[in-house]
Write a protein that binds this ligand. Structure first.
Ligand code: APR
Length: 246
């Protein structure tokens, strides 16, 4: 289903030189992955965040946290990037000044071919040890999960940013820099609730960038955005890519 973009937006898309795309769980919804806050299917609907995605939760019940992420990794392994992910990869290939910042940990952007990106909240497919963050490529099976780090014997965990943990410094700095210097900022499929990532569209807007929100629902960014496309990412992004690649 193609959509008609507003003429003024088409002009902005055509002249944009430094483009930042900022994505959240909504861009992976059409791949079949639950988002965090959709009530009826959202992951949190079944669990309380403080019971799972925090260092305290892991210390309290490492097996439950490990097994929840194993369950999520199983889902991620079974799904494919969707037209929204592929559209962003096409824009990157055509526009040298394109930069992708994702909050998602599912690795779908890289699988769709995006290269110039930062993963602000880590990647669920990467595993590290809790004590020293040693990268773990493989581990011995264990009776009582989580498995152990082969270098230090510490418990293994997913390399994702939990509530209360710092974001990877270099990734956040690059994202803030890109937001402050871009002329077009696409905010896609995010509830714009979780900081510091959620500040990025506001940094872009306050530095004069054209801000476009792509989200079927209202968010705190909606009233600030220059354009709001109440569309699914898998519908809006192919239309945007087609306009930019004409
Ligand atoms: N296309 C575009 N947007 C969509 C679609 C879709 N097909 N389906 C849902 N959305 C929107 C929802 O309306 C919602 O605003 O995507 C947004 C998803 O919001 P969240 O579930 O809050 O996900 P996100 O914004 O990525 O959460 C940010 O919070 O839980 C932490 O670390 C986690 O990275 C995550 C962060």
């Amino acid at each position: 289903m193609a959509i008609d973009l507003p003429f003024e937006l088409i002009d902005r898309l055509r002249v944009a030189k430094r483009i930042v795309a900022f994505t959240g769980a909504g861009i992976s919804a059409e791949s079949g992955l639950s988002t965090f806050r959709d009530k009826q299917t959202g992951l949190w609907a079944q669990y309380r965040p403080e019971d799972l995605a925090t260092p305290q939760a892991f210390r309290r019940n490492p097996r439950m946290v490990w097994e929840w992420y194993e369950w999520r990794r199983g889902f991620v392994a079974k799904v494919e990037p969707n037209p929204g992910h592929h559209a962003l990869a096409r824009i990157e290939a055509a526009r040298p000044g394109f930069f992708l910042v994702t909050q998602n940990v599912d690795g779908l952007h890289a699988r769709a071919g995006s290269r110039n990106l930062v993963e602000l909240h880590g990647n669920i497919r990467r595993t590290i040890c809790f004590e020293h963050r040693h990268l773990a490529e493989s581990w011995e099976p264990v009776e009582e999960p989580p498995p152990r780090c082969e270098r230090c014997g510490g418990l293994l965990r997913p390399d994702v940013v939990w509530f209360g943990e710092a974001l990877p410094e270099n990734a956040l700095r690059r994202a803030q820099e890109a937001a402050a210097h871009c002329d077009l900022f696409l905010s896609i499929g995010t509830s714009t609730l979780v900081y510091p990532a959620a500040e990025l569209p506001f940094i872009a807007g306050s530095n004069g960038a054209t801000v476009i929100e792509i989200n079927p629902d209202f968010t705190p960014l909606s009233k600030l955005a220059d354009f709001v496309l109440r569309e699914k990412a898998g519908v809006a992004l192919p239309a945007i890519a087609a306009t930019m690649l004409e």
